[in-house]
Design a protein around this ligand. Structure first.
Ligand SMILES: Cc1cc2nc3c(=O)[nH]c(=O)nc-3n(C[C@H](O)[C@H](O)[C@H](O)COP(=O)(O)OP(=O)(O)OC[C@H]3O[C@@H](n4cnc5c(N)ncnc54)[C@H](O)[C@@H]3O)c2cc1C
Length: 432
């Protein structure tokens, strides 16, 4: 990598923005002769990938193929891109092998890993690591990436713009701000892996700094989006009487037997329905009860909860409740963005040499509603595809020639307004 004396002009083969599962897998799947720059807004561990609790899906042999595809389509209200779903399922075993080759370990015994189930799944096909699957995956990937000499990492560095060619058709790299220095990064390929839009919502399970910067810049540069109004609400975030990120109570807790109950301690829905249906049932019950939350009864898990979900157990104790005696307050919260930057099956956006992977991208795989534990898998499958495509395309390096005036960080309000406007437009278009 060439860095000029002022440390403001950088050239590299590939610049990757973000440090979630999609970004790291893309970086690690590119050949070692590629000069890669990976920047991330905070530290390497500050990603939603790190927060994932439940697990990652995998097809359980050929007999599971049709069911896995059907579960994903049913959860997505059949508005999924079927081709993307088939790729996700068919490449799921290879994706897990890639993770294992990169050092990831799943919970299991000498006979192999264990599998769990979540809402919307007709089979036990979810691999996990206790209830900290994301943390475990990310720590292995971070360890591996730190050992790669061809990957330069800059933490606390924010992308503030995309550099485009004078005809606006090609991406030439990015502009970023690091310790108040402006960086102009010229690259042959640019990969956006900036995650979803949770940061623009008041109630969300996401990190607040992950607020859709990639999407806002795509809007600014007329890069195509898809299904941006498809936003998932998770049924069971822990209700606390304060604002800020909501702690998630993983779907696997219900998959393994916990019951949703109302304030009269009556069950009111099938806990294993897809997320959108369960969220809707809870919101209706909250309206009837005139309450800010409903309840989750963990008693059916009395023999397993402490061992199987140690972090959830600990968090509930921390807020002063006894997980085995008190039903715990839960509230539906923004959780995931199904829509995003429209990409093809190689993760290419509508702008040449610009790729989008993970939650910022819309392959159409999730349709209107994501099936639980399909998101980490999508990140891995389509990050691998982007890496292959970058090598195949072998785009030339074209340095950005226009003068760049000093830029400031995108403000929360600016990003929020841009994205919310596009969500409304998409909703209106879909209602027609
Ligand atoms: C609490 C929780 C639990 C979850 N549990 C599961 C689960 O069990 N299974 C599952 O499949 N999915 C789960 N998900 C969803 C899944 O974790 C995410 O969808 C997925 O990890 C997104 O990965 P990503 O690589 O696209 O982005 P993220 O992991 O969200 O990372 C985005 C990265 O981009 C960086 N970034 C953003 N903007 C900029 C910028 N302007 N400049 C530089 N860097 C930037 C961020 O700092 C971050 O590093 C969960 C999500 C949450 C919040």
């Amino acid at each position: 990598m060439d860095i000029d004396n002022s440390f403001k002009n950088i050239t590299c083969d590939v610049v990757i923005v973000g440090s979630g599962v999609a970004a790291l897998v893309c970086a690690l799947c590119l050949p070692k002769n590629q000069d890669i720059l990976l920047i991330t807004k905070k530290t390497l561990t500050d990603s939603n990938s790190y927060l994932a609790q439940g697990g990652i899906c995998v097809m359980r042999g050929d007999s599971d193929r049709d069911n896995f595809i059907e579960d994903t389509l049913r959860a997505g209200h059949y508005q999924n891109n079927k081709k993307a779903v088939e790729i996700l399922v068919d490449e799921s075993n290879a994706a897990i092998e890639t993770l294992q080759d990169l050092g990831v370990v799943f919970t299991g015994n000498e006979d192999g890993p264990y599998y769990t189930r979540e809402g919307g799944h007709s089979n036990f096909r979810i691999l996990y690591h206790d209830d900290i699957t994301g943390q475990s995956i990310m720590e292995s990937l971070i360890d591996t990436i730190k050992g790669r000499n061809n990957i330069n990492i800059i933490e606390n560095c924010s992308m503030t713009d995309i550099l485009e060619s004078s005809n606006g058709k090609e991406c030439l790299g990015i502009h970023a701000v690091h310790s108040e220095n402006n960086l102009i990064v010229n690259s042959r390929a640019t990969v956006l892996a900036t995650g979803g839009i949770g940061g623009i919502y008041q109630n969300s399970t996401n990190f607040p700094h992950i607020r859709g910067d990639g999407i806002a810049l795509a809007i600014k540069h007329n890069i195509e989006l898809n299904d941006i109004s498809y936003v998932q609400i998770h049924p069971t975030a822990l209700y606390e009487d304060k604002s800020g990120r909501r702690f998630l109570i993983s779907e696997s807790v219900r998959g393994e037997g916990a019951h949703l109950i109302n304030h009269k301690h009556e069950r009111f829905t099938n806990e294993l329905n897809p997320r959108d249906l369960v969220s809707k049932a809870i919101l209706e019950e909250m309206k009837k009860d005139n309450s800010k939350y409903e309840l989750l009864d963990l008693n059916p898990l009395e023999n397993s909860i402490e061992k199987r979900f140690p972090n959830i157990y600990k968090k509930i104790l921390e807020i002063g409740l006894n997980p085995l005696e008190d039903p715990i307050p839960i509230v539906p919260s923004q959780h995931y963005t199904m829509g995003g930057i429209k990409v093809d099956m190689d993760s290419k956006s509508s702008m040449k040499n610009l790729y989008a992977i993970g939650e910022v991208a819309c392959t159409g795989v999730h349709g209107r509603n994501r099936l639980a534990s399909n998101s980490l898998l999508e990140g891995v499958v389509f990050a691998k595809r982007s890496a292959k495509s970058i090598v195949k395309e072998n785009a030339p390096l074209i340095c950005y020639k226009d003068t760049i005036t000093r830029k400031t960080l995108l403000s929360d309000t600016e990003v929020s307004i841009m994205i919310k406007e596009r969500i409304m437009e998409d909703e209106l278009a879909k209602a027609k």
